[in-house]
Design a protein around this ligand. Structure first.
Ligand code: ARG
Length: 456
């Protein structure tokens, strides 16, 4: 097959070079956007009288037929034609003759690939935003069901203060909300038209970029042709946001993994979402969650890979930039898969609420409440902290929890302690009393759930 750029060459391209430089094996998945962009380009060329109306119709018809062929799996992708752009253009010329050769007027593969990537990413970002929203809804459902389920809260993975499972799950809803916002905000930087930049410097032909932007649904037009063909920051921004999303997913996965251990026993995973061991018959492993945690690595890798590729590239287009696609595609696929499987799995996760409540007061997790009780009785916090520390030490030595100490024993540490102290170190009352905004009390969580229900 003759290459569209073969004019100035005397030798045939080496086979090994064709294999090394091709991108069609992975960029063919951009075909839909490539054809959409080409149809808009043909329409614009005709509108400006650069090609005739009948040429426009021939080109558009040919492109639509090619789209049909690709859709049905009948299209033959050729490695010697390098990439998705040259494959489609060559097929067009083969189909409609020399008229097909007019499509690439006032266009280069440099602005064409930037266009395809922007169209692709714009759509995928919207898909991912929707998936995150679905995940948030699942987390919200759990929160609503477990508004009053008390469990241990941790810092340093040591028992800290009791919280509710509802509170814990809403923490993730907040994180994913910021992820969604980051994605939504990035759309305006993705959704800017590069087409018309041509190879680097624009064109002498009277093109109409505003018309192209309108046809293709772009909100803005790149104002510098050199920038338009040479930056990939819109992909890097997406990869950075994706890395943060994966970090959040990985933390959620890790917590569920921990909670399924016999040591925690807070959670039971659905059989359908776990796997067994080839040797140990008793095993039920959280592989799905482990893979979500593990795949975080490849998304971070994608970000670092493209950052490194782009670093120190002289303006404008360099072939290095062809290396942007695989990390991008892999990230989109990975993210969507992880989100989809979690959305299906979460509603089937069983929480062992009895065990959570039972363990919540262990480890002197109400010590802070006791210290705040003393503050309410007029003691400076630093002093109450010290006093309660001593009480904890005493109870530890005795091998009992705070509420098992008699009033007499407690008063040995401070005369400010009175009979009402037991109300403050009772689990449910202590949790309900944390009514500060954003705190863990069911009343506050109820308010937050109401807010989220409106938002989601
Ligand atoms: N396949 C190329 C890429 O992915 C398209 C742009 C090629 N431009 C060029 N001047 N060789 O980056």
């Amino acid at each position: 097959m003759k290459k569209p750029w073969s004019g100035r060459f005397r030798q045939k391209t080496a086979k090994v070079v064709e294999r090394f430089t091709e991108s069609v094996s992975f960029d063919h998945r951009l075909w839909r956007y490539d054809i959409k962009g080409s149809i808009a380009h043909a329409r614009m060329l005709a509108r400006k009288g650069i090609i005739s109306r009948s040429d426009e119709e021939k080109i558009v018809k040919g492109l639509k037929e090619i789209a049909q062929e690709i859709e049905e799996g009948r299209f033959q992708w050729r490695q010697e034609l390098e990439d998705v752009h040259m494959n489609i253009e060559s097929a067009l010329i083969e189909r409609i003759g020399p008229t097909g050769g007019k499509l690439h007027t006032a266009r280069s593969r440099n602005d064409q690939i930037a266009l395809d990537l922007r169209l692709y990413l714009r759509e995928e970002i919207k898909n991912i935003i929707n998936l995150i929203k679905k995940l948030q809804r699942q987390l919200l459902n759990i929160s609503e069901k477990h508004l009053e389920t008390i469990m241990p809260g941790y810092t340093h993975l040591q028992r800290a203060q009791p919280v509710t499972l509802g509170h814990h799950m809403l923490a993730y809803v907040e994180m994913f909300q910021r992820d969604r916002e980051r994605l939504s905000d990035s759309i305006k930087r993705v959704n800017t038209l590069p087409l018309g930049a041509c190879a680097i410097a624009g064109t002498t032909l009277p093109i109409d970029r505003a018309y192209l932007a309108k046809l293709l649904g772009f909100d803005s037009i790149s104002e510098n042709s050199m920038d338009a063909v040479s930056d990939r920051d819109f992909i890097l921004e997406f990869l950075s946001t994706s890395a943060i999303i994966m970090m959040h997913l990985s933390r959620l996965a890790e917590e569920l993994i921990l909670w399924t251990t016999v040591e925690f026993s807070f959670v039971e995973l659905p059989d359908a979402f776990t796997t067994g061991s080839s040797i140990m018959p008793q095993k039920k492993n959280p592989d799905v969650l482990e893979l979500i945690r593990g795949k975080t690595g490849r998304v971070y890798g994608a970000l670092v890979s493209l950052l490194t590729t782009m670093k120190a590239l002289p303006l404008t287009y360099n072939r290095d930039m062809q290396e942007d696609k695989e990390p991008l595609f892999d990230t989109v696929d990975t993210l969507k898969e992880c989100l989809e499987i979690l959305i299906q799995m979460l509603p089937k996760v069983k929480f062992n609420t009895e065990r959570m409540i039972k363990t919540a007061p262990e480890g002197f997790s109400l010590a802070t409440d006791l210290a705040e009780y003393l503050v309410k009785k007029g003691m400076p916090f630093r002093e109450s902290h010290e006093t309660v520390g001593k009480i904890v030490r005493y109870a530890m030595d005795k091998g009992v929890n705070l509420d098992s100490l008699s009033l007499d024993e407690l008063q040995r540490f401070s005369s400010k302690i009175e009979e009402d102290v037991y109300g403050y170190i009772e689990l449910r009352r202590a949790v309900s009393a944390r009514i500060s905004r954003g705190g863990t009390s069911p009343a506050e969580i109820k308010r937050q759930i109401k807010r989220w229900k409106k938002l989601l």
